[in-house]
Design a protein around this ligand. Structure first.
Ligand code: NAP
Length: 275
């Protein structure tokens, strides 16, 4: 089998086009602490997309020395700003800040990253909520393959709060049977070999070998790793996996663009401009 490519760029463009000119006008505030270059790029891309869609947008750049109290005051102000429907604090934060307390200071109704403990609880209880952008983008891609999810065997590799765990919750909501693999998992190859759907969110270049993939499986590669040549490479051995998969996401141009698209969707939903 030779896999069809799940083109995240094209799907993201389609998703965001539908968000232009919404009313009420959605508003997004993005908070960047410090000067980490990668974080600065992510934040700029998010703000630019909000601008492109005509959303109200604010980017707040705070110094790396900002105190917890100062940051909480900024969030308090944004929580009470009616123009702002979505608040995102770019992670990771400098070590002296308590990330969990910072995220929990965001009004859950404005938690467009879906990382707040209230959002997490609602997600697992199958209540309406703003769900984390990357796994939500993966679900949108899976939906577009047309592959039935009910009863499908899914393996998620990686158990972070931002990707792996919410990915499990979202797949389970669609009646997949989900295995969550991590660094202590014995015989990862055997788990992957049983899966109809593989989602790799690890951060280790080409950890998942093409030969492990079950014939006809859908392979979603969330990983973004810098190869020795400086190029982006995923967690999956792309060429070999594409020989066996029915659908596969490339890196770059796969899950990455979907993350920003779903952030915009969440902001529109938080504004009440979208169901
Ligand atoms: P993370 O917090 O570092 O978590 C990595 C997970 O991978 C951990 O649960 C870890 O297990 C597991 N792991 C590490 N080595 C493993 C191995 N050899 N076998 C099996 N599991 C292993 O990472 P993250 O934030 O979830 O991000 C994962 C990747 O996705 C990164 O490359 C990141 O850049 C990328 N990412 C992409 C997007 C996007 O928009 N495309 C968004 C977010 C993240 P333990 O828990 O046992 O340590």
């Amino acid at each position: 089998m030779s896999a069809q490519i799940l083109d995240g760029k094209a799907i993201a463009a389609e998703v965001t086009e539908a968000l232009v000119g919404l009313g009420p006008r959605p508003g997004l505030a993005v908070v960047l602490v410090g000067e980490d270059p990668a974080s600065a790029v992510y934040v700029r891309n998010k703000t630019r997309m909000a601008e492109k869609l005509g959303f109200y947008h604010e980017q707040l750049n705070l110094p790396a020395t900002v105190t917890q109290d100062e940051l909480l005051q900024v969030l308090h102000r944004l929580n009470h700003d009616d123009r702002v429907h979505g608040i995102l604090v770019q992670l990771p934060l400098p070590k002296h800040l308590d990330s969990l307390a910072v995220i929990d200071a965001i009004d859950p109704a404005k938690d467009v990253d879906g990382f707040h403990v209230v959002s997490t609880g609602k997600l697992w209880q199958k209540r309406p909520c703003l769900s984390p952008c990357t796994p939500t983008g993966v679900m949108e891609m899976l939906r577009r393959t047309g592959v039935p999810l009910r009863g499908a065997e899914a393996v998620v590799i990686g158990r972070s709060n931002i990707v792996g765990k919410p990915m499990v919750a979202l797949l389970e909501r669609q009646d997949c049977t989900v295995t969550l693999a991590h660094s202590r998992t014995r015989d990862l190859a055997a788990h992957v070999g049983r899966a109809d759907i593989v989602v790799a969110a690890v951060g280790v270049a080409e950890l998942v070998k093409g030969a492990w993939i079950r014939e006809g499986a859908v392979v979603i590669d969330v990983g973004m790793n810098r190869g020795v040549d400086g190029k982006l490479v995923g967690d999956v051995e792309f060429a070999a996996a594409a020989e066996r998969a029915s659908w596969i996401t490339p890196v770059p141009g796969g899950v990455g663009p979907m993350t920003i698209a779903m952030l915009m969707v969440n902001t529109a939903r938080a504004a009440g401009a979208l169901l």
